[in-house]
Ligand binder design. Structure first.
Ligand code: SAH
Ligand code: SF4
Length: 411
């Protein structure tokens, strides 16, 4: 059974509007500790000598306790809480809709303010619970400037980059909704891993090219992995890129998370067609950047994503070429069954073909490479959304959901 909470109904809408209005105050989410202290001083509500201490205090409430209202920060005086509330916000974004699939997969539709883009923007975040872990698939941009021919996001115009706050908001709100902060109860009906953190892994595999929004993504991931805050291990954070070669080394050096590459083809002619950024940064450069990825080892492998497109890239010859291309790189291979979308010319490879391809890859030493699609029933239910809440065209949403759910990582 699929559960769907339409937050556009009843009084929820007004409450959300009030909250959205509150978010017009600058948010303290997404600032570094130093920026946080400086913001408090600049607002004239904290003296310089207290800035560091207050920043630390707020940091703890925001990222360890997951508080989204200054009123709940009990060790801060009432007067200061009132001042904080006058100048800033730590509120969550507007959740337009939350859906829960029978397999426990959850999907949220968030609405963020325009920030110069002309109209509010909507993005989706997907949570995939499995035995022993729960993965959150996060978006980095609204739309994408790249035009991978099998990806529907690629046919949408980029509306804008998400801010650090908006990237983190996806994680914070998911943890709220799953009861994944200390002292919070897990809501009824939430399917989560039996033990440990409910969101144990993040994958930057939602909408957008994270390396085209490098600074915001970097800041968000450094906050997400901060040991005194959200505390996600960098080994449990995977950033997926279509191959923005000049930023790959920086990803390892400055962010230090696991890397996934949307490879999809093993020769330049085909990759130029499927992933056109290949014309700018061809395979030779991409593979060289992978070999040189900082921190790469057998314990920290690069994940290569490979979408299975019927009669395009799915022959045994392709499998052989793939193994040859990756030789010597500590790698995992993820075969993603293609998720068709209205208007696409591609088809998903037959299951037999995928299995044959996978067998070859397996025999070459790569374990369980086929990624099982999750949350299919939420995709089906997507068409049942109320049209007033559906700013994104239905086809766009279906394709995005398919991509996010297929694209969840193995980290
Ligand atoms: N822009 C980044 C992050 C997106 S990750 C990137 O391209 O790496 C999402 C993954 O799903 C990528 O590997 C992407 O190539 C893949 N994908 C896109 N459209 C798909 C589709 N229709 N079916 C299956 N996988 C798809
Ligand atoms: Fe953008 Fe990634 Fe889709 Fe390519 S696959 S269009 S890079 S979101």
């Amino acid at each position: 059974m699929t559960l769907s909470f339409d937050l556009t109904a009843e009084g929820a809408r007004d409450a959300l509007r009030a909250r959205a209005a509150a978010t017009e105050k600058p948010s303290l989410i997404g600032l570094t500790r130093a920026e946080l202290g400086a913001a408090l001083v600049a607002a004239g509500i904290v003296p310089e000598r207290q800035a560091k201490m207050r920043a630390q205090q707020l940091w703890h409430w925001m990222y360890v306790r997951g508080v989204s209202d200054f009123a709940h920060m009990f060790n801060i005086s009432k007067d200061l809480r009132a001042e904080l509330d006058k100048h800033f916000t730590v509120a969550r974004p507007e959740i337009v809709e939350e859906q829960i699939s029978s397999d426990g997969t959850r999907k949220w539709l968030f609405r963020f303010p325009p920030r110069g883009a002309g109209r509010p923007v909507e993005i989706e975040t997907v949570y995939i619970p499995e035995e022993g872990r729960g993965t959150l698939c996060i978006s980095s941009q609204v739309g994408c400037t790249l035009t991978c021919s099998f990806c529907h996001t690629g046919t949408q115009k980029l509306v804008r980059n998400l801010t650090t706050e908006e990237i983190l908001a996806q994680l914070l709100t998911a943890r709220d909704r799953l009861g994944d902060f200390p002292d919070r109860d897990t809501p009824d009906g939430a399917m989560v891993p039996a033990e440990g953190r409910k969101v144990s892994n993040i994958v930057m595999m939602g909408m957008g090219e994270p390396l085209y929004n490098f600074e915001a993504v970097k800041k968000a991931l450094l906050i997400a992995s901060d040991g005194d805050g959200l505390s996600l291990s960098k080994r449990r954070i995977t950033l997926s890129t279509s191959g923005v070669v000049p930023e790959i080394a920086r990803t390892g050096e400055e962010i230090g998370v696991m890397l996934a590459i949307s490879l999809h083809a093993t020769n330049d002619d085909l990759r130029d067609l499927l992933v056109p950024i290949n014309k700018k940064f061809p395979l030779k450069e991409l593979i060289a950047a992978c070999r040189a990825y900082p921190g790469l080892s057998n314990a920290r492998r690069i994940t290569f994503e490979y979408v299975m497109l019927k009669d395009v890239n799915d022959s045994l010859e392709d499998a052989k070429a793939l193994v040859k291309l990756l030789k010597g790189i500590p790698a995992k291979i993820n075969l993603i069954p293609f998720n068709p979308w209205p208007g696409t010319n591609y088809q998903c490879s037959d299951w037999e073909t995928i299995e044959k391809f996978a067998d070859y890859i397996n025999n070459a030493g790569y374990a369980s490479p086929i990624r099982t699609p999750r949350g299919r029933d939420i995709l089906a239910a997507c068409g049942q959304l109320k049209s007033e809440s559906e700013r994104m065209r239905k086809v766009d949403r279906l394709a995005l959901e398919a991509m996010m759910i297929a694209g969840h990582g193995e980290a």
